[in-house]
Design a protein around this ligand. Structure first.
Ligand code: MRU
Length: 356
């Protein structure tokens, strides 16, 4: 796992959130100082911080940034301004449910603390640290449960980045790989490049190579030939939201990988904490899918790559039906079909009215 931190709270100088700007990887390691909520919100929208759990942790600290900015206001204005900022953070990205889950933790902390503004702000910081520490622990536990599924000598395909860069810990899908490698298993990883923003090529390949895991990048369209050649033993991906029936939203292109895995009789594993499970949604067709700017597709390699005027389809996520999911690895253990009873036992319901 990389030594570079994805995000951290800095106590000096009134307190601020530091985020690794992931849009600059792998060429540059540069951090952003978030001293106001707009900087946090912009960082989430622009994918400077991304990956469902990391978005949630960044938003939790964003609420503390909000409180720190409003300390000199009256108690009523202080709380109103934090509420407004929670709404702003909730409006950044619609699919990853961890964002709403983390904001709900912070709203609940706000509702339950009393005292002057400084005391409330300190309590919010403690709550955000709790969200962050929980995420680290969940990653460890998922890794341990998932590692048991991985045989020594396996070749694993992953899509997007569900590693240390996507969480406060060592990742979900990649956490399983780190845990299996830590058990002494020899692994080979294929990382889909993950068009259009190249989280696989830029981020997964970066962090796995830093951790000395054998990693090979391929264009998304090359995955089918790898399956056909019998090269893949298992697929492991993360998730942005899992419906009550086990349908899984993840980075666009995941559905295609799941279909390939099904076709070629390869296990398709999803690693995600229960804060990714949305029991309010019965099935995946209800998951809101973020549509992103056309420019992410029309511009690449430092120039325009699509003719002017051509329309673009750019959903950020797709939904894999639960029937193609072999298992869901959570911090509680490994769930298999039928998923719903287990997810209902383990999952965290999102209280109504907290989502954007
Ligand atoms: O658009 P992104 O980069 O935020 O999408 C991230 C993913 O799809 C990840 O696979 C998912 O959030 C799981 S991260 C542990």
């Amino acid at each position: 796992m990389t030594d570079t931190h994805t995000l951290r709270w800095c106590d000096e100088d009134g307190g601020w959130l530091e985020l690794l700007d992931q849009t600059l990887l792998p060429q540059q390691i540069q951090f952003i100082e978030c001293r106001d909520v707009e900087t946090v919100a912009e960082a989430i929208e622009m994918l400077r911080v991304r990956g469902a759990p990391a978005i949630g942790v960044a938003a939790a600290y964003g609420v503390v940034v909000s409180a720190r900015r409003a300390l000199s206001q009256s108690a009523i204005e202080f709380r109103q301004s934090i509420e407004r900022d929670i709404e702003r953070l909730a409006a950044t990205r619609p699919t990853a449910v961890n964002l709403f889950w983390a904001l709900e933790q912070m709203r609940s902390a706000l509702d339950h603390v009393s005292g002057d503004n400084q005391a409330v702000s300190d309590q919010l910081l403690a709550a955000a640290h709790g969200v962050c520490e929980d995420d680290k622990n969940l990653c460890q536990r998922m890794g341990m449960h998932g590692a048991d599924l991985i045989r020594d000598g396996s070749t694993i395909l992953t899509h997007c980045n569900a590693g240390a860069l996507a969480t406060a810990g060592w990742g979900t899908a990649l956490g399983v790989i780190y845990a299996a490698a830590g058990q002494g298993k020899t692994l080979r990883v294929y990382a889909d490049e993950t068009r259009p923003l190249l989280q696989g090529a830029r981020l997964t390949a970066w962090e796995l190579s830093q951790a000395n895991v054998d990693v090979t990048v391929l264009c998304d369209g090359a995955a089918a030939s790898l399956f056909a050649a019998g090269e893949i033993d298992a697929v492991i991906v993360g998730s942005d939201r899992i419906a009550a029936n086990g349908d899984v939203a993840n980075k666009i292109g995941t559905l295609g990988v799941a279909i390939l895995a099904q076709q070629f009789d390869v296990a398709f594993y999803v690693a995600a904490p229960t804060s990714t499970v949305d029991l309010e949604l019965a099935s995946g067709d209800l998951i809101p899918i973020e549509q992103r700017a056309a420019s992410e597709v029309t511009e690449g390699f430092g120039r325009r790559t699509v003719p002017d005027g051509v329309q673009v389809y750019n959903p950020a996520f797709d939904v894999t039906p639960h029937r193609w999911v072999s298992a869901i690895i959570t911090e509680h253990g490994v769930a298999r079909a039928p998923f719903e009873p287990t997810l209902r036992e383990w999952g965290t319901a999102i209280p109504a009215g907290t989502q954007a």
